[in-house]
Design a protein around this ligand. Structure first.
Ligand code: GCB
Length: 604
């Protein structure tokens, strides 16, 4: 799916701002026709509540009891569309609404979406009225189930499975807060009747500084025609004609004396596409693209043929008040902090991040592991729908993010078998991951695929067979051997060597860390103190760096983040090296030193 832009042929109208809002805890809204306007909601009539979009409802509306709300809520916005838009194709595009949503325009159902964290677009040409006031109403619901991605958990499972102490409120299968709401902008996108639907650019590095771009273009109903492609930005301007047949065209472009994209020099060419029919330009789309190639060779991860070592973090989209809502200043701040401590990479744990952030990473030279939200799949509860949703998720994720040079790897999920289900090892895990990872590779053969593994799944994890890179999340010194760092490092070292000798694939440590309360100090190895976190991280890094088969280290987590309630968490998961409001803990300074000493490696 193309990111919406404005040019001679395309326009966007952003509906961000205050929307009318009403919760619907009894799920009566559809029956009472709230989609015809929130004036039909008694709740809304009583309270006249408004909410900011984008943003989660939980902290914004905590004072009316929504901090832990899981269920349905309705949004309404009235807006005017200029009369000049008559005769154009008009779409509504929701950047993301978590997790399920339905959209009505002027009382008519426009469509629905059940995959959170991803954009969706609905054609509303026939129900929108330019030259008039229009109304959009959205029903958003943040409930998950066995078949959804991520999977949900029913509160009764905890007792049935004898895991009462693992219960969280709200109940989740994951360790981040299940924020609800419209999290990314809602826009009206106006495009020409005949238009570009999708563009994919795959890039490769050839000898003697040649870059190769394989460009694929999909149009909608245009039977045939031509695309004129102009690539600019390097020393020369390159032109290429692409023929369109059956709504599809493809071309190979060789770029001589190519300036390659890398984390050190994130150079972007501008790819400009014009769609031509009967000699007239009927659509135009411009895309910044970096020419670069990612490969796994033996133990090494290569960017443009040179060894690269990942230094960075697992992150979250999470901030005070706005929750998971898009907040551009936070993107600028977080990248500034990551650069400050000499990081070069991060993982979008545990779901796709905003499109705005991904483009910012392209321009700022960060290396991203892009993750699908199949977090802690429980194979006792995986059903046919889980697999269908998982594959659709990966397809839509690749469709959204395939043109970002910053995306160097797909994570098809995270920590399957977190709760230790026998069935996972009895063939179910192997069959499932074969299907999902082969599917991922069939859609994008140019990037390695991984799935971070957890301690419980351990060295026998069936997912390893299908991964190009072995990613492990380990908490020795924290959940195992708490407070005992020498023991922790010994156990980690032994396990890493065993995994390597068994699978002979490069190893990436995608998570390690310790919860840390800012301001707590000790001269001993004392959990929760700033000194303990800094020391644990330093010892892990020294060990990881001493092994020839490792390709990187990503600390868990960049910043403290909100979690569901459980006795293990003090409101937040405190493993951030920055606090939730981005103040550095001691470990941040330690990382800055450790990672600056490693300058040279990891800078292609
Ligand atoms: C993990 C999970 C992550 C948790 C982390 C922790 O292994 O992948 O989502 O937040 O551990 O802190 O327990």
């Amino acid at each position: 799916m193309l990111y919406p832009i404005t040019n001679k042929f395309r326009t966007i109208i952003d509906l961000s701002g205050f929307w009318k809002f009403s919760i619907d805890s009894d799920k009566i809204g559809e029956k009472e026709k709230w989609f015809e306007g929130l004036c039909h909601s008694k709740e809304y009539q009583k309270s006249n509540i408004e909410i900011a979009v984008p943003g989660s409802w939980n902290e914004q509306l905590e004072e009316i009891g929504l901090l832990h709300y899981v269920g349905s809520a309705w949004y309404e916005k009235d807006f005017y569309l200029p009369v000049e838009l008559n005769g154009k194709k008009i779409l509504i595009r929701i950047g993301s609404a978590d997790y399920n949503s339905k959209v009505w325009i002027n009382n008519k159902l426009a469509g629905e979406n059940n995959l959170g964290f991803l954009p969706f677009e609905l054609d509303i040409t026939d129900i929108i009225e330019p030259g008039k006031e229009n109304r959009v109403v959205m029903l958003v619901n943040n409930e998950l189930n066995d078949g959804s991605i991520p999977q949900g958990i029913k509160p009764e499972y905890y007792s049935k499975e004898n895991r009462l102490r693992e219960e969280t409120y709200p109940a989740t299968r994951f360790d981040f807060f299940p924020f609800g709401g419209i999290h990314r902008p809602v826009i009206i996108s106006i495009i020409p009747e005949n238009h570009f639907e999708q563009i994919k650019i795959e890039t490769f590095v050839k000898p003697s500084n040649e870059g190769l771009a394989i460009v694929k273009v999909w149009t909608n109903s245009l039977a045939d025609g031509e695309v004129s492609l102009i690539i600019s930005g390097g020393s020369n301007q390159l032109k290429k004609q692409i023929e369109i047949q059956n709504n599809f065209g493809e071309a190979e472009v060789v770029i001589l004396q190519c300036k390659f994209w890398s984390n050190k020099d994130p150079f972007l060419y501008n790819f400009n596409f014009q769609l031509i029919k009967d000699g007239n330009i009927i659509d135009e789309y411009s895309l910044p693209a970096g020419i670069r190639e990612v490969k796994v060779e033996g133990n090494k991860l290569l960017l443009n043929g040179k060894e690269i070592f990942l230094k960075g973090f697992g992150k979250h989209e999470d901030f005070n008040v706005i929750g998971k809502g898009l907040f551009l200043p936070l993107i600028v701040k977080d990248f500034g902090l990551m650069k400050w401590c000499n990081a070069n990479s991060f993982r979008t744990s545990h779901y796709p991040y905003s499109e705005e952030l991904m483009s910012y990473a392209d321009r700022n030279g960060f290396l991203i592991i892009d993750e699908a939200p199949a977090v802690s799949l429980d194979f006792r509860h995986v059903n046919e729908q889980t697999l269908v949703n998982h594959k659709e998720f990966i397809q839509r994720l690749i469709d959204r993010d395939c043109n970002h040079p910053s995306v160097i790897m797909w994570a098809a999920g995270n920590e399957p078998n977190l709760v230790g289900e026998e069935i996972y090892f009895n063939g179910a895990g192997k069959e499932y991951w074969r299907e999902v990872i082969n599917f991922t590779k069939s859609l994008d053969p140019t990037r390695p695929v991984t799935v971070p593994n957890c301690q419980r799944a351990g060295i026998e994890d069936p997912v390893f067979e299908f991964c190009d890179i072995i990613s492990i999340n380990r908490y020795y010194g924290w959940y195992e051997h708490p407070g005992q760092l020498d023991k922790a490092i010994e156990a980690l070292s032994q396990e890493m060597d065993e995994i390597y000798s068994r699978y002979k694939k490069p190893i990436l440590i995608t998570e390690f860390g310790a919860d840390t309360m800012p301001g707590y100090h000790s001269t001993s190895d004392q959990m929760f103190t700033e000194e303990f976190q800094a020391k644990l991280i330093e010892m892990y890094i020294k060990l990881i760096d001493s092994k020839d088969y490792t390709i990187g280290e990503q600390v868990w987590n960049f910043a403290d983040f909100k979690t569901p309630q459980n006795f293990r968490r003090v409101v937040l998961n405190l493993k951030g090296v920055f606090s939730r409001d981005r103040a550095p803990k001691l470990a941040a300074f330690r990382l800055k030193d450790l990672w600056s000493a490693k300058k040279g490696i990891g800078e292609v």
